[in-house]
Design a protein around this ligand. Structure first.
Ligand code: SF4
Ligand code: SF4
Ligand code: FES
Length: 310
């Protein structure tokens, strides 16, 4: 039986007062059909007038209400309430106040191409889609900018540590949509190349968490393949892809030693010796593998078949 009163823990943070987020417990009367945004509105109207949170459309269209409930990113305007909820801001983005995160820096990564026509004429050559392609294109173009995919992306989190910057799944799914509908996609592919899609780790967290089921990881795979096929990616950034493919074609086995040599060169591999010794000490160093796996010919036949179809 459902309780009449919901116990809700809200992660609160006031940058002028708090050194770290603090957890505050509230009790909220449950109502029929209540969603998480209703809980926040109740708190704002009855108990916590300074509670910071955002929402606009309440119809899953604007993306502003994205937060985490018990660690899981959701659109709070459509997420049903449950017992013992902990409501937190999206992870991976700076917190402005309570449940509001700063989307500005990631939003600016859509520049310079957002809203632009590339030839400056106000017109841009587009292609007519076949009826069978429309559903696929709509799926790509229905991103609501909720930032959930960016918030769970480990490759984007790595950016903070320096090195080549990955633009994130939200930007890349839009670029793939632009490329698909343009008669001349090259300028858009150049923007895509600058976004470093090959830094995606293929963890699929963005696809798993997207509330619109848009499959950004697959869109990035498609974009990366287009760039790879057109040799538009920096060869250094694609060395691992080339090596991986060669390795699978050779023996249906990922040869991690050769992967390192292909990416860094024989001299460059020397810098990994201390790390390799540490791994050896902890028995984490992969064993060298020579020859082919038992299923090599089956795997190679499948790859060949896929190649013929693409
Ligand atoms: S699949 Fe790629 S883009 Fe998606 S969350 Fe993982 S690393 Fe990020
Ligand atoms: S791709 Fe999905 S998760 Fe990412 S911003 Fe768009 S709607 Fe949100
Ligand atoms: S309030 Fe707009 S998507 Fe939730």
């Amino acid at each position: 039986m459902q309780s009449e009163i919901l116990t809700v823990v809200v992660e609160r943070y006031d940058p002028e007062r708090d050194k770290a987020p603090r957890l505050v417990t509230y009790r909220v009367p449950r109502q029929e059909g209540m969603v998480v945004a209703d809980v926040l509105l109740y708190l704002y109207e009855h108990e916590v007038p300074d509670l910071g949170f955002l929402w606009e459309c309440r119809t899953r269209r604007c993306g502003t209400c994205a937060m985490r409930v018990n660690g899981h990113p959701v659109l709070t305007c459509s997420e049903p309430v449950r017992e013992d909820m902990r409501i937190s801001p999206l992870e991976g983005l700076p917190v402005v106040r309570d449940l509001i995160v700063d989307r500005q820096e990631l939003q600016e990564r859509l520049a310079p191409w957002a809203g632009e026509t590339l030839d400056g004429s106000g017109k841009d050559a587009r292609i007519l889609l076949e009826p069978g392609e429309i559903a696929h294109y709509r799926a790509l173009s229905e991103c609501i900018d909720c930032f959930i995919c960016d918030s769970v992306c480990p490759a984007l989190a790595e950016n903070a540590k320096g090195g080549p910057q990955f633009a994130g799944p939200r930007r890349l799914i839009r670029l793939e949509a632009q490329v698909q509908r343009r008669a001349e996609p090259l300028p858009w592919l150049m923007y895509a190349a600058q976004s470093n899609p090959s830094l995606c780790t293929r963890c699929f967290a963005c696809t798993e968490e997207c509330p619109r089921e848009l499959r950004p990881a697959e869109a990035i795979g498609s974009l990366t393949k287009r760039l790879y096929d057109r040799h538009e990616l920096d060869p250094h950034k694609t060395a691992h892809i080339t090596s991986f493919v060669r390795s699978i074609l050779r023996g249906a086995w990922l040869d991690e030693f050769r992967l390192l040599v292909d990416i860094y060169g024989i001299v460059g591999v020397a810098k990994f010796i201390p790390q390799a010794l540490r791994m050896l000490r902890h028995r984490k160093l992969p064993k060298p593998h020579f020859g082919k796996t038992a299923q090599a010919s089956d795997i190679q036949t499948i790859l060949q078949d896929l190649d013929n179809r693409s």
